[in-house]
Design a protein around this ligand. Structure first.
Ligand code: HAM
Length: 412
C-alpha cells in the first residue's frame, strides 16, 4: 500500500472545516487591514531562495526540496513565501506601496514532530514600500487580530530589533571574538557556523550553547541611533494600541534577510513547536534581488500550529457545511421523483442530499442525521398521489406538507 511520505499529511473532510475557518479568518483580517491576495508558484528558481534566505541558514543548507527538471533547470519547492513576493514585486514592476497576503504550502525537509512537518501551510502578509515604524506595528497587530478572531488565548508577542547591516557588523565581530574564546564549549554545528553566521548561535537549541549565550551582550547594546529610534517608535505605537509584548533580546529568526524589527507570536498552549508566527522587516531584500532599495515588513503564520492550539484550547468552530435538505424516499416507485427533486433543489442553490441505492427508511434518516441535515423532504407513494411531499424539521421534529410542484417557494 502506498501512503503519504514522511512528514506530510492529508486533511480529511471531517477536519477540513477547521482549515476553512482559519483561512476565512485570515482572509477577512487581511481584508480589514487592506491586504490583497497574491498567489505565487509552488516552485521557483533555486537561486531565488539561496540569495534571499541566505547560504548559511538551515533552510538553504539542509531543508530545501531542490531538483532538476527535464530541461536541466535547478528548481526548489517554496520553503517560504517572502522571497516569491519580493521576486513578484520586482518582476511585475510594481511601484510604491504593495500590501499582499497569501495562504500557501511551504516545503522544508525538517525532522517531523507535532507542529513541524515537511509540508505546512502559511498565512503570510507582506507590506512592501515603507520604512514607517507604524507599518511594523500594522503587521504585528494584524497577526494579533487574526489570532483573536479565532478565539486563541494563551499567546504573546515576542519582540526584538536586530538592527541594520552596519550595527550588526559590530555585533557579529563581538560574537565571533566571544565565542572563539570558548570554542571548545560550543556544539559542533555552531563551531562550523561561527565565522559564517555567528548570530545563529544565539538561538541554538543545544544546552552548551544556551549556557554561553546567557552571558553575552545583547544586540540592543550595539544598534545604531537610527535603528534605536525606529525601534522606540515601534514600541511606542504598540503601547499606544494596547498590544502587550515581551522583549526577547535573542530572537534572531532563521532567515538572513531580516533588518531592524523582528517578532514572533508564541502560544503557551503548545510544547516544543510553539511559535505560531514569525516575521519582521527586510529592508534590503528587494535590492538584493535586483530591485530598487525598497523597505518591507511581513510575517508568516503556520496554519497547522494554529489548528493544534485551537484543539488544545478547545475553541468551538461552527461547522458551516450542514446539508439543508435530505430527501427520504418511502417505496420503490418514488425514487425517480426523488432524483428529480434533488436536482431541482440543488439548481436553486439549496444543499440537498439523498441516499443512493434505495436504502431502507431507517438508514436514510440515519444518513440525514449524520449529515446534520436541517430538513428531510419525505417522498412517499401516498404523498405523490396527493401531489405533495412532507417537509420534516430535523431540529424540532415538526412536519408539514409542501406542494410537489412548488417546493422552492414553500421553503423559507
Ligand atoms: P518562519 O519563521 O520560517 O518565517 O515560518 C513562519 C511560521 O511558519 C512559523 O512561525 C511556524 O508557525 C510555521 N512553520 C515553519 N516551519 C514549519 C514546519 N516545518 N511545520 C509547520 N509549521 C512551520 C518565514 O517563513 C518567513 N517567510 C516569514 C516572513 C514573512 N517574514 C517576513 N515576511
Amino acid at each position: 500500500m502506498i501512503t503519504t511520505p514522511r512528514g506530510v499529511h492529508d486533511v480529511l473532510p471531517q477536519d477540513a472545516y477547521k482549515w476553512q475557518h482559519v483561512f476565512d479568518n485570515a482572509q477577512n483580517t487581511a481584508r480589514v487591514f487592506g491586504y490583497k491576495q497574491i498567489r505565487f508558484p509552488v516552485f521557483e528558481d533555486t537561486a531565488l531562495f539561496t540569495r534571499s534566505i541566505g547560504e548559511t541558514t538551515d533552510i538553504v543548507e539542509k531543508e530545501m526540496y531542490t531538483f532538476k527538471d527535464k530541461g536541466g533547470r535547478l528548481l526548489t519547492l517554496t520553503p517560504e513565501g517572502t522571497a516569491s513576493v519580493a521576486r513578484a514585486y520586482i518582476q511585475h514592476n510594481v511601484q510604491g506601496m504593495w500590501k499582499v497576503f497569501y495562504t500557501a504550502p511551504v516545503f522544508r525537509y525538517e525532522r517531523p514532530q507535532s507542529g513541524r512537518y515537511r509540508q505546512h501551510y502559511q498565512f503570510g502578509i507582506e507590506a512592501i514600500g515603507s520604512l514607517d515604524p507604524a507599518l511594523d506595528v500594522e503587521v504585528m497587530s494584524l497577526a494579533i487580530n487574526f489570532y483573536k478572531s479565532l478565539g486563541l488565548k494563551n499567546l504573546y508577542l515576542s519582540l526584538n530589533s536586530i538592527g541594520c547591516p552596519d550595527c550588526r557588523k559590530k555585533y557579529k565581530e563581538y560574537l565571533v571574538t566571544t565565542f572563539e574564546a570558548q570554542k571548545e564549549n560550543i556544539c559542533p554545528e555552531c563551531q562550523s557556523r561561527l565565522y559564517k553566521n555567528p548570530m545563529r548561535l544565539l538561538d541554538c537549541k543545544s544546552q552548551k550553547c544556551k549556557e554561553i549565550v546567557k552571558g553575552v551582550d545583547k544586540i540592543s547594546d550595539y544598534i545604531c541611533d537610527g535603528c534605536k529610534e525606529h525601534f522606540n517608535k515601534v514600541k511606542f505605537y504598540l503601547e499606544k494600541m494596547n498590544i502587550p509584548y515581551k522583549m526577547d533580546p535573542f530572537i534572531v529568526r532563521g532567515l538572513d534577510y531580516y533588518t531592524k524589527t523582528v517578532f514572533e507570536v508564541i502560544s503557551e498552549s503548545l510544547g516544543a513547536q510553539n511559535t505560531l508566527c514569525g516575521g519582521g522587516r527586510y529592508d534590503g531584500l528587494i535590492k538584493e534581488l535586483g530591485g530598487k532599495e525598497i523597505p518591507a515588513v511581513g510575517f508568516g503564520a503556520g496554519i497547522e500550529r494554529v489548528i493544534l492550539v485551537m484543539e488544545e484550547e478547545k475553541v468551538e468552530i461552527l461547522k458551516k457545511d450542514m446539508t439543508d435538505i435530505f430527501i427520504v424516499t418511502i417505496g420503490e416507485n418514488v425514487y425517480e421523483n426523488a432524483v428529480e427533486a434533488l436536482y431541482e433543489l440543488r439548481s436553486a442553490g439549496i444543499s440537498a442530499e439523498m441516499a443512493y441505492d434505495k436504502k431502507s427508511v431507517k438508514t436514510q434518516f440515519k444518513a440525514a442525521d449524520n449529515l446534520n441535515a436541517k430538513y428531510c423532504l419525505v417522498i412517499g407513494e401516498d404523498e405523490i398521489k396527493k401531489g405533495v411531499y412532507i417537509l420534516k424539521n430535523m431540529t424540532d421534529g415538526t412536519q408539514e406538507e409542501v406542494n410537489k410542484n412548488n417546493i422552492l417557494s414553500q421553503l423559507s
